[in-house]
Every structure is written in structure tokens, then in C-alpha cells.
Ligand binder design. Structure first.
Ligand code: ZN
Length: 265
């Protein structure tokens, strides 16, 4: 009987010990970071396009972080209400990023020249720096991330960017030219709009399923294009709700860069 009791006690002890072994340490949150790369802010309609206002109102209500691609020529003319609108977004957590000076393109002798693809080094340098200086002087904001208009760049863009150390992150770098910037690449299959300007929930879901193991997804959209057809904005809202339900971590390019620096990667 004693022997059985000892055996029972040993068994109980074993069980207790088994239960007290700490569970395997949980890995880091495996959900991807998501950057809402929203393009093309400039002054219009007396302040900003209605598409921008409705996106900001929605994201604020949802407590979702967005980013705003600013075309900096719009800062040339002093407009306190417009400047305040941008600064307010920054205070709310949006990252205001460098989306060129003019967002312009022209055709010279049958060849299309884009702001950062095809223009010479001096012109690209001037546009990059003008934009950076305007944001600093007019808004008091140091732009930290760059994404080219039309996502078009070349080796001169890389060289010119190297002269602006305040810019740390380059979104959607397409040129093969080397850079010292932190690059966040585009994954064409995961996007807000398919094709450009038209949000598509089902395609976003399919792309997300395929690439949700990536550390970060930068998905691009154009809020100004979501007003003319209300369904477009409704679809964008559904996309945000879907991503929230998935538990993704919304962030900004510069915040993500800082996180990577802090973790030594
Ligand atoms: Zn653009």
C-alpha cells in the first residue's frame, strides 16, 4: 500500500512539474506590417480634395495609421489653412512623405521625361531638394521617406537621393542603381487598386493570402480617385476592415525603418 502511495505521489509530483513547465515562448507577432501608401496630396478645392478628407475621417475613426504622399510644389504659395491641415495629419500619426516636387512629365522629341526618370541629374537634384526644403520651411516637417511620382526612377535619382541624408526610406525602388536608403519593395500582387485608381477587395484578399508571411506590405492607393464612384471608397473601407480583422499592424515607412534600426536589422 505504501509503495502504491509513493508511486502515486511521484506521479502527482511529475504531473505538477509538467504543468509548471512554462509554455514555449511565443514567437513575435507573425502578422505583417502594412503601410497604406496614399499618393497625391496637393492644395485644391480651397483646401484638399474631398477624397483626402473622407479617407482621413475614416482612418481616424478606425484608429488606423495612414501615410500621405505630398507633392511639394503645392507648398510654394502660402496657404495657412492647407499647411495646418497637413501638420494636423502629422500630429495624428500620419507620415507625410516626399512624392516629388511637381509630379510632372513632359515629352521631348518623342521621348517621355518623368520627374525622376529621364531628367538629368541636376534637374532631379533640384526637384528633390526643393521639395525637401519646402516641407521643412513651410511646414516644419522633415520628410523621411521618398516615393517617386509614377514610381519611376533611374540611376540619377539614386545619386541625388544620396545627397539628402534626411531621407532614410525609399518606397518601390525600381531602378537597379545602388542606394544607401532603406528600401521597401513593391509586391505587385498585393495592392489596394487593381488597376490603378480602382480598389478591389477580392484581389487584395488573394494577394494578401499569398504574401501574408512577408514582414511588410506597402499597398498603394489614390484617395482623390475614390470620390467619383462611391463604390471605390466603400471597397477601400472593406479592405481596411479586412486587414484589421486579420490583425495586421498598420505602420508608416519611417516608423518601420526605425523599428528595424532599433532591432539591429
Ligand atoms: Zn502620384
Amino acid at each position: 500500500m505504501l509503495r502504491i502511495n509513493i508511486a502515486l505521489a511521484a506521479l502527482l509530483l511529475l504531473l505538477t512539474q509538467a504543468c509548471s513547465i512554462p509554455p514555449k515562448a511565443k514567437g513575435p507577432n507573425s502578422k505583417p506590417f502594412v503601410v497604406l501608401k496614399l499618393d497625391d496630396l496637393w492644395q485644391e478645392d480651397g483646401l484638399v480634395h474631398a477624397g483626402w478628407q473622407q479617407v482621413v475621417d475614416f482612418l481616424n475613426k478606425e484608429k488606423v495609421t495612414g501615410t500621405i504622399g505630398l507633392v511639394c510644389e503645392s507648398l510654394e504659395k502660402d496657404d495657412p489653412a492647407y499647411f495646418d491641415w497637413i501638420r494636423q495629419r502629422q500630429q495624428e500619426g500620419y507620415e507625410i512623405w516626399h512624392h516629388g516636387y511637381c509630379h510632372c512629365r513632359s515629352t521631348v522629341e518623342g521621348v517621355e521625361i518623368r520627374e525622376f526618370r529621364g531628367a538629368d541629374y541636376a534637374a532631379q537634384m533640384k526637384h528633390l531638394k526643393n521639395a525637401q526644403d519646402l516641407a521643412s520651411e513651410k511646414l516644419g516637417i522633415t520628410l523621411r521617406s521618398f516615393g517617386a511620382p509614377y514610381n519611376s526612377t533611374d540611376e540619377f535619382t539614386a545619386q541625388a537621393l544620396a545627397q539628402i541624408p534626411d531621407i532614410k526610406v525609399w518606397m518601390y525602388k525600381e531602378t537597379q542603381a545602388p542606394t544607401d536608403k532603406f528600401v521597401i519593395q513593391r509586391i505587385a500582387e498585393v495592392n489596394i487598386e487593381y488597376p490603378v485608381h480602382i480598389p478591389d477587395l477580392e484581389k487584395l484578399k488573394a494577394g494578401y493570402e499569398q504574401f501574408k508571411d512577408e514582414p511588410i506590405l506597402v499597398i498603394q492607393g489614390h484617395p482623390r480617385s475614390w470620390v467619383e464612384e462611391p463604390k471605390r471608397f466603400e471597397t477601400f473601407k472593406q479592405i481596411v476592415h479586412f486587414l484589421k480583422a486579420e490583425g495586421v499592424r498598420f505602420t508608416t515607412p519611417y516608423a518601420y525603418y526605425q523599428l528595424q534600426q532599433a532591432s539591429g536589422q
